[in-house]
Design a protein. Structure first.
Length: 135
């Protein structure tokens, strides 16, 4: 999820290192840095590249392709809140292409907070000191 990618610090590489994808190329285009990740063999026979664009050190888009380089989906990360401890996009636009049609999903985030200590009692479950009724 986007929350996991942001909190683990993996949004900038979309969590791709240490997977079946390896960094293949880095280019600069119109003020953006485009990083290309290619699947390693034997996955390159069935999967295509993933392109990640960054602008001002934050991810602005991801393009996922099939092995023929046909675009399967796009994600755009917009309206970053840079006042938070970790930059968080307040808008995520996902486009999925299927059977010649484009399907859009727009997700917005607001009131993002990190390490909030209010309401801790909701999450502070006492751990049992015995197992199976024995000490």
């Amino acid at each position: 999820s986007i929350f996991h990618l942001v909190l683990s610090g993996d949004l900038d590489n979309f969590g791709l290192p240490d997977t079946i994808f390896q960094k293949a190329d880095v280019t600069r285009e119109e003020g953006q840095i485009i990083t290309t990740f290619q699947p390693i063999p034997p996955y390159d026979k069935v999967l295509g590249a993933i392109y990640i664009s960054k602008e001002r050190k934050v991810v602005t888009g991801v393009i996922i392709t099939d092995k023929e380089e046909k675009i399967l989906g796009k994600q755009f990360f917009r309206k970053y809140d840079m006042t938070l401890p970790l930059p968080f996009p307040q808008e995520l636009i996902q486009i999925t292409y299927r059977k010649g049609k484009a399907y859009y999903r727009i997700t917005t985030f607001e009131n993002i907070q990190y390490n909030v200590r209010d309401d801790e009692e909701w999450y502070a479950y006492p751990m049992p000191t015995t197992v199976g009724g024995t000490e």
